[in-house]
Design a protein around this ligand. Structure first.
Ligand code: DX5
Ligand code: ZN
Length: 219
């Protein structure tokens, strides 16, 4: 049975007080801190880089789960490793035929490696990543912004990916889903086969963060 992990996204957090924000997330039961790195090129917005990861590192013991929405992520790995990142996920759409070697490079930097695909990318494009990855990430919104609506066709991609992994003997591999997840739709996401839940708005707009994080585990 896969452990369900909740990874609040700090994109929805307070950029002026990010240290206290991640400390609060840990105190309220989060499993990972999801860090949405955007370079203004792969996606239009700019958020933050490795320096933010370095600055929040001392405030939490939780794994820092860095989602690189950047061009040439292979050139950023050293900086994120130095900053204390635990997981780095890179986009298949950007890495293309370099995706497996990029995943290997992430591991060579002592971090766990994730491969990400956007909503319009067929799930089959993740299949070749499975052997070099520690986590596979399905975007359930178009990357760049928080607060968007969950794209329902993601559920079928999760099911296809989980059954592919089970068939190929990697049934225990983490599948992370990212974008538009709420207490209302999380059970569908988990029953489809995902076990790492990213949520930004749903966590930060909650009146009871601890209860929301608990409910995002599908309980
Ligand atoms: C979007 C990011 C997501 C987003 C999730 O590009 O990758 O992690 O911050 O935020 P919500 O949960 O508000 O959709
Ligand atoms: Zn993300």
């Amino acid at each position: 049975m896969l452990e369900i992990k909740v990874a609040p996204s700090i994109l929805a957090g307070d950029f002026a007080r990010m240290g206290e924000t991640v400390r609060m997330l840990e105190q309220n039961g989060a499993d990972y801190i999801h860090c949405d790195v955007m370079d203004g090129n792969f996606v239009p917005p700019i958020t933050f880089g490795a320096q933010m990861v370095e600055q929040i590192r001392p405030y939490t013991k939780l794994p820092l789960d860095c989602h690189l929405m950047v061009l040439r992520p292979d050139t950023r790995l050293e900086a994120f490793a130095q900053a204390g990142a635990d997981i780095v996920s890179v986009h298949v759409e950007e890495c293309r035929d370099r995706i497996v070697q990029t995943l290997r490079a992430i591991r060579n930097h002592g971090m766990k490696a994730g491969a990400v695909i956007n909503p319009d990318t067929p799930v089959e494009q993740l299949y070749d990543c499975a052997e070099a990855a520690d986590m596979l990430l399905l975007m359930s919104v178009h990357p760049g912004w928080g607060g968007q609506k969950f794209i329902p066709s993601t559920l079928e991609k999760i099911e296809k990916l989980r059954s592919f992994l089970v068939r190929s003997g990697r049934g225990e591999l983490d599948i992370e889903v990212d974008g538009g997840i709420t207490e209302e739709n999380v059970r569908d996401v988990i029953s489809a086969g995902a076990n790492v839940i990213v949520a930004g708005s749903a966590v930060f707009r909650s009146a009871d963060m601890r209860a929301t994080i608990q409910r995002l585990r599908g309980v």
